[in-house]
Write a protein that binds this ligand. Structure first.
Ligand code: FAD
Length: 482
């Protein structure tokens, strides 16, 4: 823990002298956007926002802060949904200007990118080189690779390609004392001891500052077909998933679900979006098949599989996108869902995972429990059903006061997370712990695992200056940061 008296003015002078005044922002008007998270749930404060341009400047900034005992909160695109990038004192270290694509290695099928690269620009660079970088999130136009790594981001293509851990071969990291670990190896095999990169991936800025990464590339998808289907229940959706996974094998790239409530609020708030099916159904699935084979007949395969599902009563209605524009319109329905929920008043969000085999049961049990607890509550369950990851969000009853509803957040956490835990699931599937789930983690994480996590934190960051008060360190551990 940082204990020495902090001469913050001297630190700002040192940083300004080395990084330049444009890289050390201190005016309220310049730093305001870095102090709040995307949903406005938390308002932080900071001495300054640092905007280094390269690795050496990051190392200098971290070393200087470490010597002064000043906390550092790394930030990329600030699209995180758990308050992990919100500072409570100390400095924000924005990686946004480390935005170079360093190298595309065609034979190795890897791309080396800096932490501040916007995810979309990495997808585009891979595409220009004739490859696919498959990580895909609704925030891809603004989130950064460093943030994707620090949160072990998932998204819509995890089913086929895995999350950020599976997509990463090497990392470059500035450690809490300013030393640089160059782990930028593009090796598919390296059994020389502990896998250090996987400590930093998913550590939400609490163990080191990620400055660059070597990422895996894949053959481009040359054929793709998208379908939207209506089903009588989440159990039927799950059966459709099982069928497609068995018959389409690794051509099944995405399998997303949403409840009727989700589709209805999209159509209400996006009047230009066409209703995909003529009637309403309790649950929907958005399905994508893709292949790197140019002559793969995915259209026929999709038609056959959905036809069988219709005959067996698993599916009530289905539409297959007949053009790229139609497929994109179907995907937009899914991508808009997070945004339109905001327009329905307060929402209490749970990003949870259970074994795929229990995901329909989870939706049913948790929906029943929440509706029984608060009549009129509107359950918005959607997400990556093929990964067992459901965003189990609760919209306030129409007539209820928003703040009275949000005051029940912890109460609903207990209901939903207890059900998740009873199914051997996880209380955070893809967004992380940050601030929002800090108090939840000790309830559900194995105590031995928590103990190991705390020992790793103490070893890599003995002063507790890297994103203190998040994930495993509490406010009580980090008075200097609050
Ligand atoms: P930030 O928000 O800036 O930071 C996130 C965390 O990482 C913070 O704790 C921060 O301190 C730390 N951090 C950032 N950069 C570094 C670095 N270089 N080194 C060390 N630590 C760092 N997430 C998913 O996984 N799947 C989804 O499908 C998904 N969909 C989303 C849709 C929308 C509309 C929005 C707004 C968000 C969504 N997210 C999703 C959440 C978010 O986009 C991801 O968590 C993303 O990976 C965060 O990237 P970022 O650059 O914005 O990180």
């Amino acid at each position: 823990m940082a204990t020495q008296a902090i001469d913050s003015a001297a630190l700002i002078r040192t940083l300004t002298a080395r990084l330049g005044p444009g890289s050390v922002l201190t005016e309220a008007g310049d730093i305001g956007g870095y102090l709040v998270e995307t949903r406005g749930l938390y308002q932080g404060q900071a001495l300054a926002v640092l905007r280094p341009r390269d690795l050496d400047e990051v190392a200098f900034a971290v070393r200087s802060c470490a010597e002064a005992g000043v906390p550092i909160v790394p930030q990329g695109g600030n699209t995180g949904l758990v308050g992990g990038g919100v500072p409570y004192g100390g400095v924000v270290l924005s990686l946004a200007r480390l935005d170079r694509i360093r190298e595309v290695e065609a034979v190795n099928a890897t791309i080396t990118v800096e932490a501040g690269c916007i995810l979309k620009s990495v997808q585009e660079a891979a595409d220009r080189a004739g490859y696919l970088f498959p990580l895909s999130l609704a925030s891809e136009g603004s989130c950064c690779i460093g943030g994707n790594l620090a949160t072990n981001a998932g998204g819509t293509a995890v089913l086929r390609y895995g999350n950020m851990r599976e997509l990463t071969l090497g990392l470059e990291v500035v450690l809490a004392d300013g030393r640089i670990w160059n782990g930028l190896k593009g090796l598919r095999k390296d059994n020389t001891g502990y896998d250090l990169k996987n400590l930093f991936i998913g550590s939400e800025g609490t163990l080191g500052i990620i400055t660059a990464a070597v990422l895996k590339l894949f053959p481009k998808a040359h054929t793709r077909v998208t379908a939207f289907v209506g089903c009588p229940s989440p159990h039927h959706v799950l059966k459709v998933f099982e069928r497609l996974r068995e018959r389409a094998s690794d051509q099944l790239t995405a399998f997303e679900t949403m409840a009727d409530f989700g589709l209805e609020i999209i159509l209400k708030h996006r009047p230009a979006a066409p209703r995909p099916l003529s009637g309403r159904h309790p649950f929907y699935a958005l399905i994508e098949l893709s292949s790197s084979q140019k002559d793969a007949d995915l259209q026929s395969l999709m038609e056959t599989l959905l036809g069988e599902g219709l005959e067996e009563g698993l599916i009530e209605d289905a539409v297959i996108g007949s053009s790229e524009a139609q497929s994109q319109a179907l995907w937009a329905l899914r991508e808009d869902l997070s945004e339109v929920q905001r327009l329905e008043g307060g929402s209490i969000k749970h990003d949870v995972a259970v074994p795929v085999s229990r995901v329909a049961e989870f939706i049913e049990v948790a929906t029943g429990a929440c509706e029984a607890e608060m009549p009129g509550i509107r359950v918005c369950a959607f997400g990556h059903i093929g990964d067992g990851n459901i965003h189990f969000n609760l919209s306030q009853p129409v007539s209820m006061d928003k703040s009275a509803f949000l005051a029940r957040w912890e109460h609903f956490n207990r209901i939903v997370h207890d059900i998740v835990n009873g199914m051997n699931g996880s209380i955070s599937a893809e967004h992380g712990i940050g601030l929002i789930k800090l108090d939840e983690l000790p309830h559900y994480k194995d105590p031995v695992a928590l103990d190991l996590m705390r020992s790793i934190k103490r070893t890599l960051d003995p002063q507790n200056i890297l994103n203190p008060g998040k994930v495993v360190t509490t406010r009580a551990d980090s008075p200097a940061a609050f």
